[in-house]
Ligand binder design. Structure first.
Ligand code: SF4
Length: 264
């Protein structure tokens, strides 16, 4: 933003403040974007700026903007029962400048141990799907609605699904992540992630395989990889792969004949 444009914005905000009982509001994310570093990057004279300068600055800015959110998540104790039972929080992983972002429901036991989403058996299957799409895990961004592992009674085995209240409590962090990353396509993995993201319940039969929208971003809903581990039927695996083919088309990625005929 140039100085004259910035002056105009400030003047408009002052006018709102004078003519209204409440002060103008902006999210933490937007305030982060208005930091002076951004103005430096975009106002470099053309002759002294490298062709990739402002773009790289933009990309690294996303990582920088995510950092304070990660720190807040790390210290978060809004769900006292989860804060006391977690090994660590699981924020998200991947490229902050990704075009494609996957959203799951919550960390499981492996993710809680390693501090990274989708690293257990279901995560390995997700990584396989990502590779079959001709991406690496480092090209996309992966996060969960919930940043702490849902607690389970001691001595019990396995993971439990997060409750609606837990997801509502944690959801603002995910909203901020999406706001910063601005992916071109979102993929929600499973009905619980859909409920956490959209606040709507439905069966996967109704939801998956077609486009939805989250805040203007195309959203594909597909089965959680854990479902495919429980249900090994080729028809179910093929459904997920067909959903991913739609994602590739939406991203304008080339699709080979081999990919078209692929079964997970
Ligand atoms: S689940 Fe989310 S809101 Fe709850 S304590 Fe963990 S980080 Fe905080």
């Amino acid at each position: 933003m140039t100085q004259p444009a910035l002056d105009l914005v400030i003047a408009a905000l002052e006018k709102i403040r004078e003519s209204s009982d409440s002060a103008p509001r902006a999210s933490r994310t937007i305030l982060g974007r208005l930091r002076p570093a951004d103005f430096v990057a975009v106002s470099l004279p053309a002759a002294s700026a490298s062709p990739s300068g402002p773009r790289l600055q933009g990309a690294s800015n996303k990582a920088q903007l995510l950092e304070p959110i990660r720190e807040r998540v790390c210290a978060c104790k809004k769900c006292a029962h989860l804060a006391s039972s977690r090994t660590q929080t699981v924020f998200g992983v991947g490229n902050p400048d990704a075009d494609l972002m996957f959203i799951g429901e919550a960390p499981g036991v492996d993710e809680d141990q390693q501090g990274e989403p989708f690293v257990g058996r279901a995560g390995q299957l997700l990584t396989k799907i990502i590779k079959a799409m001709n991406f690496g895990r480092e090209d996309v961004y992966i996060a969960n609605v919930l940043k702490c592992r849902p607690d389970t009674p001691s001595g019990t085995f396995g993971n439990r699904a997060p409750t609606s209240i837990e997801m509502q409590t944690c959801r603002p962090y995910l909203v901020e992540q999406i706001e910063i990353i601005q992916p071109k396509v979102l993929v929600a993995l499973g009905a619980v992630a859909v409920e956490g993201l959209l606040g709507m319940r439905g069966t996967m039969r109704e939801l998956r395989g077609r486009w939805h929208v989250y805040n203007g971003v195309p959203l594909m809903i597909t089965y959680h990889p854990a479902y495919l581990l429980r249900n090994q039927a080729p028809s179910e695996k093929r459904k997920v792969w067909e959903d991913m083919l739609q994602v590739l088309e939406r991203l304008d990625r080339p699709i080979t004949e081999r990919q078209r005929n692929y079964f997970l």
